[in-house]
Write a protein of this length. Structure first.
Length: 978
């Protein structure tokens, strides 16, 4: 093998600064392949990424590159192979060497299990091998520890008096209880000894009381007052200040005389040198006041954190699993024990001689401290060892460090790359030249050492940037986003290639709702809708599981009543029956069946054997409902790991799982933080809806290199009196402001072809960029079809899927296919539209036109505009009925009022109430089941009687909007004395 030894030595310990779109994954994969050709054992190469997606992509890339290189050598087309070109031109390998070794390297890679994994998974693996050293069972599992349960344990451990202290502490320090609990949780992620030191355990306590401090301040302020009173007969304001501001708190609120002193307009013309010492003593006393206040707060924190950690450990033991923060902390404890390195590698099955680290700017201090001994071992030792024996390769970009709230620390990248050869990746392979040029121009003003990215093709053109005219308020943002989205689609952009980035999850929801109100035909994918548990197929299965669980409970209760055990009362049985009917309605609706045809729903579900394994039950439901697809099969995978139906039902609250990518079609709306690592052909970045987010942190971390040296309690104006605090505060602000720039850099560099920026005039997140309006014309995009955003009469694309089973199943299937085309289907939506119209009018006070738009968005797939108009006329005619107006008179109205009895949810359409009366209103579009309807209202009335007692008179009414005016309101009597 011919190679330049000097060049290899320089590349042995290499740090790549990889700006957005610069091909870092390609370079990581290429480095891995190069190490294989240098003779490295694939199992001794540790490649760490931060997401499973990245590690899977890395593994796949390496495999594909090796396979393509092997094939190109065999086909004699190697000169066009990009991997071959790089190995020859940049790495100095010859054709002869590559061709002689590629088959062996490819086979070896395929036969081994390379350590390409996430940093969390690596720590998990290490802890599994050394669990007993840090007091962890070998059978621990990884999961999401229930923070709500930990908080409940923690708060439940306090007496009433102690709880009062916590509440007072949070109230007087203006800290929300949940923020306080989150702060305790974040401290538990650090080693206990580090936190004790950072909380000031080693600092000398203040023995002075607040009264002593104020007394000393008063004495010195009086001294100054007496002096200036003798020399400033004309200046009343200064004398008043020194006479009245005699406490630390009052001076902290107004301190310009003391702080400016010799330069203050009212003092600068007088000789005050003799009082300089007195003035400095006052400033020192105010600093002592702040430090004492901080010590009291941190002392409470120290006591609470021990208790919180005990609650957390108890919850971990009860759940039998750790979260990744706990795994990281246990790894830290392990590495602090200085385990013999030979034994360490023996337990890990092999030695680590090469490390490849991806996205290292997102590494936390704790993660780096765990990896540092391994990194140092590779960097140190025999300097004669070459790249085939040991190497280090670190990739990162400080401009993309945006996870400070999770503990990432961008300074880690600087520390890790000290002493390494550093190289910048110059090209942006992601974005079009216009986007690259815009981002270079924008961000070179934001970063001191910014290196502009270049397009790999100097002659390339194309792309667009549209910084639109700033809107006046947050309410107008949605309209401008929709207008831009409409323009993109009308110019041929594929919805699936459009993304909208926002600053908060709530902003994503608001935009989704707004866009769907304007045009329900646009498919929108958000984090919530991309969850596996938000998909219709999974919701259907979960409802069916709850239904058969209730059926079993009902059957067991009936049997126990026969045995005279009488475990369930008649009221309990009634609630079970009501819940079953609710689930029948939900299941039928999700399955595309009419509610009045629920008999088959019941028969199909009841036939499923709940006694079989959870996986078999779920599989039976998939077959029963004929919903076999990637979504339902992914849920089946999860169910196969459960031991009971209850465990399957618990998945919704405990498991975090996205639906298969192919099921998430449409315009993507996500937060900027979620977009990290992704790219989009057409990108819209939307300003924050609402005001800009200020720095809400109540505590400041001070760092000594990569160690937390001190935690300060943030206090207003303290920086004017405490130099150490001010230094820590300025560093904190610097990190906070830097991350704001980083977030915008990440957002704008997600764009491939085009970037649109939607911004506000005031309180804009983009203010720091000094953006000016520049609006490129949108080109015509090449697309397989152009989507029409105009609202037109919807086309019925609902199809009845083919069902395979017994002959009588075919008969039932045939009958239900007619339901979809019948008037019954229309009537169901007509009734639901009437119900919604009442709610929109009474809950939101909308007028006829607005209600019409919303109803068409909701029910336009089943009702045309004439039917929507008919619904509105019917509802407003009913509202204008004199009897209805009499019921409403002087009453407060509440809509969709929910309550829970015996774990079952009930919902009242509307409540009218004043101080003496409470009326139940239940809207009905049909009268075929009037007895059942009256029974339902009676149940509502009984609940209200039990709730209000004799303080209010309870009456119930069924509203029939479709009847004649004198028949529209039917009063329901309880019929019994309650």
């Amino acid at each position: 093998m011919k190679q330049d030894q000097t060049k290899l030595a320089q590349a042995q310990f290499l740090a790549l600064k990889a700006s957005a779109g610069s091909g870092k994954t390609f370079n990581l994969a290429l480095r891995f392949i190069y190490l294989l050709f240098c003779g490295a054992n694939p199992h001794q190469i540790l490649t760490l990424t931060f997401t499973k997606k990245a590690s899977n992509e890395m593994r796949h890339r390496i495999y594909e590159y090796l396979r393509s290189l092997k094939q190109s050598i065999a086909d004699n087309t190697y000169q066009n192979n990009i991997i071959y070109q790089d190995l020859c031109e940049k790495r100095g390998l010859s054709y002869q060497f590559i061709s002689q070794n590629i088959n062996k390297i490819y086979a070896e890679f395929m036969q081994t299990n390379p350590r390409i994994t996430t940093i969390d998974a690596f720590f998990h693996n290490v802890l599994k091998k050394f669990c007993w050293y840090v007091g962890v069972s070998a059978y621990f599992e990884i999961g999401n520890v229930d923070l709500g349960a930990i908080n409940e344990r923690f708060l439940g451990s306090f007496s009433t008096e102690d709880m009062d202290k916590i509440v007072r502490f949070c109230f007087f320090n203006r800290i929300k209880i949940m923020d306080f609990l989150r702060f305790l949780s974040s401290l538990c992620a650090f080693p206990a000894r580090d936190i004790k030191h950072a909380l000031g355990e080693d600092l000398e306590s203040i023995n002075l009381s607040y009264e002593d401090i104020d007394s000393a301040i008063k004495e010195r302020m009086n001294r100054i007052y007496e002096h200036i009173d003798s020399i400033m007969s004309e200046t009343k304001r200064a004398k008043t200040y020194f006479a009245q501001k005699i406490t630390a708190q009052s001076i902290a609120q107004s301190s310009s005389y003391l702080l400016k002193w010799s330069t203050h307009n009212e003092l600068k013309n007088y000789k005050l040198d003799t009082l300089d010492q007195t003035r400095n003593e006052i400033l020192s006393l105010i600093k002592i006041y702040y430090v004492k206040k901080e010590q009291e707060v941190l002392s409470l924190i120290k006591n609470y954190i021990v208790r919180y950690d005990k609650s957390k450990q108890a919850q971990i033991r009860s759940q039998s699993f750790l979260d990744y923060n706990d795994v990281t902390l246990k790894n830290y404890e392990l590495f602090m024990r200085n385990i013999d390195r030979d034994f360490f590698y023996f337990r890990l099955d092999d030695k680590i001689t090469h490390i490849l680290l991806d996205e290292f700017q997102d590494t936390s201090i704790m993660q780096f401290q765990i990896l540092k001994p391994i990194i140092d071992e590779i960097k140190s030792g025999d300097s004669r060892k070459k790249i085939d024996e040991k190497s280090l390769f670190v990739v990162g970009d400080e401009k993309q460090s945006i996870y400070g709230f999770r503990g990432s620390f961008s300074a880690v990248f600087k520390e890790a790359t000290k002493g390494l050869t550093q190289e910048n990746l110059p090209y942006n392979f992601r974005s079009k030249p216009r986007v690259i040029e815009f981002n270079n121009r924008l961000f070179k003003e934001c970063y001191k050492d910014y290196i502009p990215s270049k397009s790999p093709d100097e002659n390339a053109q194309g792309g667009y940037v549209r910084v639109l005219k700033a809107v006046q308020d947050s309410e107008s943002l949605g309209a401008q986003v929709y207008t831009e989205l409409e323009a993109l689609v009308q110019n041929g952009a594929d919805e699936n290639q459009i993304a909208i980035l926002v600053f908060k999850n709530n902003d994503a929801t608001l935009l989704k709702d707004y866009i769907n109100e304007q045009n329900p035909r646009i498919s929108i994918v958000t984090e919530a809708s991309s969850s596996l548990f938000a998909k219709k197929e999974v919701v259907l299965i979960l409802n069916a599981l709850r239904y058969i669980s209730l059926l079993k409970l009902q059957a067991d209760s009936k049997n126990s009543n026969k045995d005279s055990k009488n475990t369930k009362t008649s009221a309990d049985m009634c609630e079970i029956s009501n819940a079953l009917r609710l689930y029948e309605k939900q299941i039928g609706k999700l399955w595309g069946r009419a509610y009045i045809e629920s008999a088959e729903v019941v028969a199909r579900i009841s036939a499923i054997d709940i006694a079989s394994s959870p996986a078999n039950v779920v599989l039976s439901m998939i077959e029963t409902f004929n919903i076999a697809n990637s979504v339902s099969l992914r849920f089946l995978e999860l169910a196969s790991e459960c031991k009971s139906i209850n465990e399957v039902l618990d998945l919704e609250s405990k498991a975090q799982c996205n639906a298969p990518a192919q099921s998430n079609k449409g315009v993507k709306i996500m937060t900027i933080h979620k977009s990290k690592g992704l790219e989009f052909e057409y990108l819209i970045v939307c300003d924050r809806i609402g005001g800009t987010k200020g720095d809400m942190d109540k505590f400041i971390y001070e760092y000594d290199k990569l160690n937390i040296s001190r935690i300060y309690y943030k206090s207003k104006a303290r920086e004017s009196f405490d130099e150490e605090y001010n230094k820590a505060l300025q560093e904190h602000k610097k990190r906070y402001e830097q991350e704001k720039y980083n977030v915008l850099y990440v957002a704008f560099t997600r764009a491939r072809y085009g970037l649109s920026v939607i911004r506000k005039e005031k309180s804009s997140e983009f203010e720091i960029l000094n953006l000016s309006e520049e609006i490129d014309a949108l080109p015509r995009f090449e697309a397989s079809f152009q989507q029409d955003l105009q609202m037109s009469k919807p086309i019925n694309v609902l199809q009845s899927m083919q069902h395979f089973g017994r002959q009588n199943d075919f008969i039932r299937q045939e009958r239900h296919s007619s339901v979809l085309e019948s008037a019954k289907w229309h009537n169901i939506h007509f009734g639901e539209a009437i119900h919604s119209a009442f709610e929109l009018y009474f809950s939101f006070g909308l007028d006829r036109e607005d209600i019409g738009h919303i109803l068409f968005n909701r029910y336009g797939f089943g009702l045309d505009r004439e039917h929507i108009k008919e619904v509105i006329n019917i509802v407003f005619a009913c509202i204008n009925n004199p009897r209805f107006a009499a019921l409403m008179k002087n009453k407060k109205i509440l809509c969709e009022v929910g309550y829970i009895v015996q774990s079952c949810l009930y919902r009242i359409d509307a409540l009218l109430q004043d101080e003496k009366e409470c009326f139940v209103l239940d809207y009905k579009s049909g009268t075929r089941e009037q007895e059942a309807q009256e029974a339902q209202v009676r149940n509502y009335m009984r609940f209200l009687v039990s709730f209000y007692g004799e303080s209010k008179k309870i009456r119930g009414f069924i509203i029939y909007p479709l009847k004649k005016q004198d028949e529209q309101i039917l009063e329901v009597s309880l019929g019994e004395k309650v």
